[in-house]
Design a binder for this molecule. Structure first.
Ligand code: NAD
Length: 317
């Protein structure tokens, strides 16, 4: 069985490939290396450095009897998506339509889509379940919601089956595979960097309506996320079309996170408060009840496991 993994050189796509490559004959990866590096692929990976919306590259790939697409590729920097939305709509929506059209032309009818908690915007109820209103407050979140809606129409009209997996905050390292982006904006790698470089870490906002005033997020280990992809793939023929929230159902504040890392590394926490950034909700905690019920998914790693996996990963680098 052959699959296509878009964004397979990125953090979560690469962890997925490296955990599950033995389940597939050939894994075609399309990644433009915008934010990642072409390395560490198993032998059955065939790599194309390209936009995933490039029709001629897609046609080359789909000539190989692709059973399913795992669609990880996207632009994902939330702040930038509000100041300059155009490339986000081009990349995350326009190119996705091309991908789906070529899939349909070649009779590939299965896709697992990397969606995001950002489709919900500023939650009004916690934990956030799948019925929560979807009102994105970033153009990034809007592109993910549009992706989900396009998938719904392509399911109705063209019988393309899909599962959208809405990750909350992906975190941690799966063995040798951790976050290694060209431009980092995610909190955990940035905290580790500030500790390594003995620099102060900026926490944006200490006046949120949360337990200690700093933003609260739900961190989910990358291995738990890639396991959900495999379960979604196994259940796709039965489920046909759905979306699931994936989180640990446990909230950690920015302050708690920095203290936990400092404790485990035995260093003094070194942080300063800065003013809030636009578009950061107070609290984001998932309800993953449906993923447990319908995908038989259970997360295995705690926030301490996440931090410990990162300590090991950064020590080995
Ligand atoms: N990391 C998180 O916490 C998180 C949370 C929610 C959703 N997501 C979604 O999960 C997916 C994977 O996230 P990640 O953290 O691995 O991101 P990442 O940035 O590490 O990886 C994304 C990969 O996609 C590639 N890419 C982007 N646009 C492309 C294009 N047009 N053509 C080809 N390749 C392209 C990048 O070069 C990169 O290798 C993304 O869709 C992201 O929006 C991530």
């Amino acid at each position: 069985m052959n699959i296509l993994v878009t964004g397979g050189a990125g953090y979560i796509g690469k962890a997925f490939i490296n955990k599950y490559f033995e389940n597939f004959d050939k894994i075609f990866v399309i990644d433009n290396l915008y934010d990642s590096f072409n390395k560490d692929f198993p032998e059955n990976v065939i790599f194309f450095e390209s936009n995933f919306g490039n029709k001629s590259v897609l046609e080359k790939v789909f000539n190989n009897n692709i059973d399913c697409v795992f669609h990880f590729a996207a632009y994902a920097r939330i702040g930038e998506s509000n100041s300059n939305p155009s490339p986000f709509f081009d990349n995350n929506v326009k190119q996705m339509i091309m991908l789906l059209d070529v899939m349909n032309d070649y009779n590939c009818k299965k896709i697992i889509f990397s969606s995001s908690a950002s489709v919900f915007g500023n939650p009004t109820t916690i934990p956030v379940d799948e019925n929560h209103p979807k009102l994105p407050i970033s153009s990034y979140g809007e592109t993910k919601l549009m992706g989900e809606k396009i998938l719904e129409w392509y399911h109705k009209a063209y019988k393309i089956n899909s599962i959208s997996l809405r990750y909350f905050n992906a975190a941690g390292a799966f063995g040798d595979f951790g976050e290694q982006r060209k431009h980092e904006t995610h909190i955990l790698p940035l905290i580790f960097k500030s500790i390594r470089e003995k620099k102060v870490f900026n926490i944006f906002g200490n006046d949120y309506k949360t337990k200690d005033g700093t933003c609260v997020r739900d961190y989910i280990h990358v291995e738990d996320l890639v396991d959900a992809h495999m379960l979604a793939f196994s259940n796709l023929d039965k489920i046909k079309f759905d979306a699931f929230n994936l989180g640990s159902e446990y909230g950690v504040s920015n302050l708690e996170l920095i203290k936990l890392i400092s404790d485990l590394l035995n260093v003094e926490p070194n942080y300063e408060f800065q003013s809030r950034r636009y578009g950061d909700p107070d609290e984001l905690i998932a309800s993953s009840v449906r993923a447990k019920k319908y995908l038989n998914w259970n997360h295995k790693h705690s926030i301490t496991d996440i931090v410990q996996s990162l300590i090991k990963y950064y020590n080995a680098k």
